[in-house]
Design a protein around this ligand. Structure first.
Ligand code: 1PZ
Length: 215
């Protein structure tokens, strides 16, 4: 059975969630960040079951972050900035090799953060695409420029295979459920700068703390 949630999906909502991520001081609220990811996963689930191995991993990582948020130290996880400070100050992060903290907020969020770069590159391509553009090609180009560099061969292989099952541009736009292609373009135009900003703020934070390569 299809969950009611899936039917009501519209990309607009997801994008609005990312809008609410940033505070006026450019702090990123983890609750909204995670909500944005939940929406993206719902979208991916609408595209077909070949993507379920991808959404499973994303769901796992979302759940790890939610557990931190709802845990006894949840107050430290309100923003990505406070999370990074808390986990580093309290030595709750494996910095050079995997060990005691395989589920640190920092390493878990880093995986989603890298995937957000893929999304940014993919949506950029979609925005400049034309009717005969190939979504699979756009998707794999965006992947090769971003996430692929962090993935082992076997994962790159599986991802590459899944990309060929992506629906064409017209269907893709339908699944977004925001209206005509012109309206899709308008939504992309509104949203991309926000996603880029959330990405950049996170990237700078991780760079400053020297945690861009957490195992
Ligand atoms: C619309 C088509 C979707 C294409 C999504 C492109 C991303 C492909 C990623 C394929 C990897 C999935 C398998 C899991 C890999 C994990 O090993 C890695 C590293 O985590 P670790 O092993 O270190 O714990 N996980 C990730 O890199 C996170 C991947 C999240 C992907 C989310 C995609 C969201 C797409 C939104 C669609 C609009």
């Amino acid at each position: 059975a299809v969950a009611l949630e899936d039917l009501k999906f519209t990309l607009q909502e997801v994008l609005d969630t990312f809008k609410s991520c940033l505070s006026e001081h450019k702090d990123v609220f983890l609750e909204h960040y995670v909500a944005g990811w939940r929406g993206l996963v719902r979208f991916m689930n609408c595209l077909g079951s070949v993507f379920s191995f991808i959404s499973k991993d994303a769901v796992n990582k979302i759940q790890i972050l939610v557990n931190h948020l709802n845990g006894e130290n949840g107050a430290h996880y309100v923003t990505i900035q406070s999370m990074v400070k808390y986990e580093l100050d309290s030595q709750l992060v494996d910095l050079t090799k995997r060990g005691s903290f395989p589920e640190s907020g920092c390493r878990t969020l880093l995986r989603l953060h890298r995937a957000l770069r893929w999304l940014e590159l993919f949506l950029e391509r979609l925005q400049t695409s034309t009717e005969d553009s190939n979504t699979s090609v756009m998707c794999s180009e965006a992947y090769n420029e971003s996430l692929a560099q962090h993935h082992a061969w076997i994962i790159r292989k599986a991802a590459g295979t899944a990309f060929w099952a992506l629906p064409g541009r017209a269907t893709f736009f339908d699944v977004m459920n925001v209206g005509s292609p012109e309206q899709v373009m308008a939504v992309l135009g509104d949203t991309l700068p926000l996603i880029s900003e959330v990405y950049q703020v996170t990237e700078d934070l991780y760079a400053q703390n020297n945690i861009l390569e957490l195992p």
